[in-house]
Design a protein around this ligand. Structure first.
Ligand code: ADP
Ligand code: MG
Length: 325
């Protein structure tokens, strides 16, 4: 008798820590396991180069030499900083990778719970300005103009890494995969059962894994930034990890999460972070310009989405306001 194997038996999934988060990659062709390991090695390499915490990373070296000298860095890091600066420009500095002094001050990645003084905040705000990043193309060097300035690629590196995993898979004959780098999702092809990937959109007020709705995702990237990722609550206010470079404080608006759907994960990653700062009114024109789609979730769990999401996003329950574009 021939035993028909359940399709899901073929699934090969690896979870690993990198880029300050848990990553999960799923493929279906066991013969391609070496390609999966190659992709994981690539993510770890990107982490080693772009981490703001690892003392030997390119970013730590640039930050240590701020105001002093150009730091020669790997072309990968050079490329990501270059691309990041394009997003800084495009968002008029709502996205600003020189945000590091403020991220440190607020202790966002350290699970801090102290609110810095206005004096400290204003001092750090003065250091944040992506226009002070200098490039030396020939030597692949980067320098920050002023001492104390520092780069943080936390809002964009996962997107780059997800695009890299996809590139490696495409070049090595993997057609069907689910790449999830800490919420930076890239879908390739179909699921094992031949259906389209369904990506759950987290209910930001519920435990992880409880979805407000889901969207069908065909060969695209789905990236969510939420104020529920890293935060502390003091006097009823949620201080989270996305900072308004102008005010110097974690963004305070009625947004709980922003999800961007498009074809490029680096772009989606930068956009979600920027959208948090810009809010829907300023964010929608940017999304339209980039030909991306967006889903905003607000504090009252109402949902607002761009036109193209209407047929793709299914809300489990709740109210929905559609944006006309
Ligand atoms: P997550 O890391 O949860 O996926 P994001 O992609 O939005 O979320 O990245 C948030 C990270 O980006 C922060 O932890 C910080 O390192 C960095 N960051 C915070 N505010 C900004 C900003 N205004 N511009 C650029 N990067 C930021
Ligand atoms: Mg981001």
């Amino acid at each position: 008798m021939i035993k028909i194997k359940n399709n899901t038996d073929k699934m090969l999934e690896k979870s690993f820590q990198a880029l300050g988060t848990v990553n999960r990659i799923r493929i279906f062709d066991h013969r391609k396991e070496p390609v999966l390991y190659k992709a994981i090695a690539r993510v770890l390499e990107i982490d080693d180069r772009m981490s703001a915490f690892k003392p030997d990373s390119d970013i730590s070296k640039i930050n240590r030499n701020a105001g002093q000298r150009f730091q020669k860095i790997h072309p990968d890091t050079y490329r990501v900083i270059r691309r990041a600066v394009e997003f800084c420009d495009m968002t008029d500095g709502a996205f600003d990778i020189t945000i590091r002094p403020l991220v440190e001050l607020w202790g966002i990645n350290r699970k801090g719970s102290e609110i810095p003084s206005d004096f400290e905040i204003q001092k750090a705000v003065k250091l944040v300005n992506y226009k002070n990043i200098r490039f030396h193309k020939i030597s692949s060097g980067v320098m920050l103009e002023h001492p104390g300035q520092a780069i943080d690629l936390g809002g964009i590196a996962k997107g780059f890494a997800a695009d890299e995993v996809q590139r490696i898979f495409s070049e090595n004959g993997i057609q069907n995969a689910l790449i999830d780098l800490g919420g930076n999702i890239v879908t390739m092809g179909k699921r094992a059962d031949g259906l389209l990937w369904q990506i759950g959109i987290q209910n930001p007020l519920a435990p992880t894994g409880q979805f407000l709705g889901s969207l069908s995702a065909e060969n695209c990237t789905v990236v969510t930034s939420g104020s529920n990722e890293q935060f502390f609550i003091k006097d009823g206010i949620r201080y989270h990890h996305i900072i308004n470079p102008q005010s110097g404080s974690p963004v305070r608006n009625s947004l709980l999460s922003a999800t961007v759907v498009c074809h490029n994960s680096i772009e989606a990653d930068a956009l979600t972070t920027a959208l948090f700062v810009l809010g829907p009114r300023q964010g929608i024109p940017l999304i339209e310009k980039m030909k991306a789609e967006v889903i905003f979730i607000f504090e009252d769990l109402s949902v607002m989405m761009s036109k193209g999401m209407k047929d793709r996003f299914k809300l489990n329950s709740g109210n929905e306001k559609q944006i006309s574009s």
